[in-house]
Design a protein around this ligand. Sequence first.
Ligand code: GDP
Ligand code: MG
Length: 597
Amino acid sequence: IDPARIRNFSIIAHIDHGKSTLADRLLEVTGTVSKRDMKEQLLDDMDLERQRGITIKARAVSMRYTHHGTEYELNLIDTPGHVDFQYEVSRSLTCCEGALLLVDAFQGVEAQTVANAYNAIEHNLEIIPVLNKIDLVHARPEEVKEEIEQTLGLDAEDAIGCSAKTGLNCQAVIDAIIARVPAPTGKLDATLQAMVFDSVYDEFRGAIIYVRVMNGVVRKGDRVKFLQAGTAHEVVELGQLAPRRVPREHLSAGQVGYVVCNIKSLGQVHIGDTLSVAQGEPAAALPGYEQPKRMVFCGLYPSDGQDFENLREALSKLQVNDPSFVFEPETSDALGFGFRCGFLGLLHMEIVQQRLEGESDIDLVQTAPNVTYRIKVKDGDWIDVHTPQRVPANGDIEDFQQPIVRVSFVLPVDYIGGIMKLCADRRGVFVRQEYLSPTRAMLVYDLALAEVVYDMHDRLKSITRGYGTMDYELRGYETGDLVRLDILVKGERVDALSIVCDKRDSETRGRAVIKKLKEEIPRHMFEVPLQAAIGTRVVARETIKAMSKNVTAKCYGGDISRKRKLWEKQKEGKKRMKSIGQVDIPQKAFLAVLETG
Ligand code: GDP
Ligand code: MG
């Protein structure tokens, strides 16, 4: 096919602004999927995506459409809407020449509208503003146009108003794609050069690799090479997605499709890799390739220690489908044997956990998430630490760094004060404030990722009564005033309960942990002191009083069956107890601390 008749585009939007619904309408208008076969939101085919109503992974779909007698190939490359998958978004945008910037005509510009639009501008895409949901009686298209111009500096004069729900004006969207999105510029007679922008796992075929051909042609039976991975394979099948896989003989410059190469695991496929020829001189590798960055870590433990091997199996199975998730065994003196797991971000963590629960029946304990710290050990090297308990003693640390993110909040102006106070409390650094309209504003702060992970999203929602949205991007690592805070029970350190926090928060954080422990640990025959300490310096303390003698006396006596019941109960309880020194700590107590941080 002549590249002049190809249009590659994506739809970028804030969550819930109608991206999936519009994609469905486009499939319908172009006759790619008949009305009869159209189940709602065809592109979101993972159960979890349906449940949560969000798009998790990028997809692609090819449509044919005849316009003024010429047949065009329109490739819609769907991008994940969430910051956790920013790198995949960026790879997908590299495969497009244009983007529909979809904005809810009632809600207006939101945090992810801005983040995604900037991203598209950075990739030099032609941006077509589209105002969706104009069927709503409260739609305010004129104001939203102004918000787009104000925040993004785009010309929104010709923005298309449509309703993805009713289909109103969706035809105009297609016409605009053909008229305004530039055709790809690749050369058909050059050496094969294709971008790997996504991959999915198929039980029977193994890895299905999604590519955009930049130059040249790839044919069935060709020997191809992945330039970053350095591996060569034979193409056993290739084709287009419409949206089911439709095999073809070849894919040429400008086209988007899938390639199957007998690759058994997704771990061998790197998003952002370049596909070229295996024989002769390969094309240049496409720029921008990166390893996935795991930003957030947590411990996953089976409630029942017997399930350890089952959990390992379940995690391995998940990793086949999602190589950006990593795990390794760890032991905790509180929780026994489990795994330390790394994720791209908080949503990614939640998705993995939900999938584990959905696909296996292992009862899980998840510890509070933490970020990766970079530590320069005195007279030693820099190390990356994913677990607070592995942070060296404070005296041994020369430099203690943490990831910093730039957070953008979009919110009604009434709540600016509340969010400014929240950010100040969390030691955020103000970057800028902008008005999107007389009633809505954008606030930008640099904050420690640890603060964002802790509870930022919940606090934003409660302060703005649900009207605020946020988004963040990684800025890099910075030295912080950080300490490892230890929890001691009767003088012994409980390593699973160590946390990393800002020195200035250590007293508050320590006190909160100790208070929870005090509520959950039963009385013993002796006093149990609880302490929070930085090294040898105690910053908070509590004491659980000793049990008085006659309370125990009461337990004995009574009839034999009652006694037996008591023993059974004690045996049950024993299993869930962990002894630290002479103190029995119920698992419940650990959970109260570990699950909330
Ligand atoms: P996404 O998160 O951007 O993919 O958004 P969805 O396509 O899932 O849509 C979010 C919600 O908005 C759903 O309940 C849709 O039915 C609804 N919706 C989408 N487009 C329209 C529209 O044009 N008008 C109205 N009234 N509702 C819409
Ligand atoms: Mg969606």
